[in-house]
Ligand binder design. Sequence first.
Ligand SMILES: NC(=O)c1ccc[n+]([C@@H]2O[C@H](COP(=O)([O-])OP(=O)(O)OC[C@H]3O[C@@H](n4cnc5c(N)ncnc54)[C@H](OP(=O)(O)O)[C@@H]3O)[C@@H](O)[C@H]2O)c1
Length: 136
Amino acid sequence: MPDVRSMCATGLSGQMGLNGVLPWEGDQRPEFTADVARFFELTQGHVLIAGQKTIEAIPDFARRDRTLFIIRRDMEPEKVLAQFSDRVVFIGGGPVAWGAYAPFIRHWDINRLPYDGPADRWFDPAWLSAGGAQKP
Ligand SMILES: NC(=O)c1ccc[n+]([C@@H]2O[C@H](COP(=O)([O-])OP(=O)(O)OC[C@H]3O[C@@H](n4cnc5c(N)ncnc54)[C@H](OP(=O)(O)O)[C@@H]3O)[C@@H](O)[C@H]2O)c1
């Protein structure tokens, strides 16, 4: 089993997405631009697995220096992760993907941003206690 991690950003109430993009898309305040830069820096060289919409939103510059893999609902998480057993794997979302892969995630990196507006995708605290798939 690879080293499975997750890096995500939320608003102040757990907001994660809106109309297919980040709810704070285009916000140029330093907290927001630093969050995006840090995401691409720390996932560089590693595997990023996510749903199709999330993978399609990865900009061209970040496609060259990491492995991208689109996950589908009919794929078994154990089999997907077994393909990358010697790599660091980041689960990149969206929320249904985190729900399915949460039992395998050892390291969560959650950045709470100063956003207090609407959303249609939300963080679920139950992901952090979805036990069962890691060896004790
Ligand atoms: N704040 C953050 O850190 C963050 C990070 C990433 C994304 N987002 C936001 O989240 C939104 C995109 O996420 P999304 O969920 O709408 O689209 P998505 O990234 O395309 O993820 C949904 C897809 O995941 C696939 N999937 C994989 N395992 C699944 C499972 N067990 N059950 C169901 N589906 C599964 C399905 O693909 P198939 O239908 O092909 O099977 C489903 O359509 C955007 O608003 C984006 O900005 C936020």
